[in-house]
Design a protein around this ligand. Structure first.
Ligand SMILES: Nc1nc2c(ncn2[C@@H]2O[C@H](COP(=O)(O)OP(=O)(O)OP(=O)(O)O)[C@@H](O)[C@H]2O)c(=O)[nH]1
Length: 153
């Protein structure tokens, strides 16, 4: 039986006053990124390139799993970001696109399914451990004396 996997999620604050103090913490040892835009707010879609750029600036590897999520698809009459536009953007940046509603679980892709996809991507992804120097107070775990197989996921 495969061991349980644990995913830790960091929701980056949209507000600048929080971002200034928090931003360094967000990018430490990141193994995957979920870019979320508001389907009813074209400005949130247009800000995606700057988020992608920010990830680059913080030296996140280009090949770590990244997915694009359009939220609030339940607000059909207020949609400003058409699916084909978002899909083109996702294709350009080699990301899968999901459209969902955090509010209405019956709408489109379920949030759980999105994170399951991400978990599968992470499992099949090559190791990214120690992309940054370890913290001084980090606990080091001694390896098993005779490992049968190394698993990084
Ligand atoms: N209709 C609808 N409303 C949503 C959905 N997701 C979030 N909301 C609403 O949108 C508002 C903002 O939600 P937040 O979760 O605070 O958004 P946020 O992006 O985390 O905001 P920041 O704190 O600025 O990062 C709230 O009133 C939510 O109830 C959705 O899928 N559908």
């Amino acid at each position: 039986m495969s061991p349980r996997e644990q995913i830790q999620l960091w929701d980056t604050a949209g507000q600048e006053r929080f971002r200034k103090s928090m931003v360094q913490h967000y990018y430490r040892n990141v193994h995957a990124v979920v870019f979320v835009y508001d389907m009813t707010n074209i400005a949130s879609f247009h800000s995606l390139p700057s988020w992608i750029e920010e990830c680059k600036q913080h030296l996140l590897a280009n090949d770590i799993p990244r997915i694009l999520v359009g939220n609030k698809c339940d607000l059909r009459s207020a949609i400003q970001v058409p699916t084909d536009l978002a899909q083109k953007f996702a294709d350009t940046h080699s990301m899968p696109l999901f459209e969902t509603s955090a509010k209405n679980p019956n709408d489109n892709d379920h949030v759980e399914a999105i994170f399951m996809t991400l978990a599968h991507k992470l499992k099949s992804h090559k190791p990214l451990m120690l992309s940054q120097p370890p913290d001084r107070d980090e606990i080091r775990i001694k390896p098993e004396p005779k490992p049968a197989m190394t698993c990084w996921c």
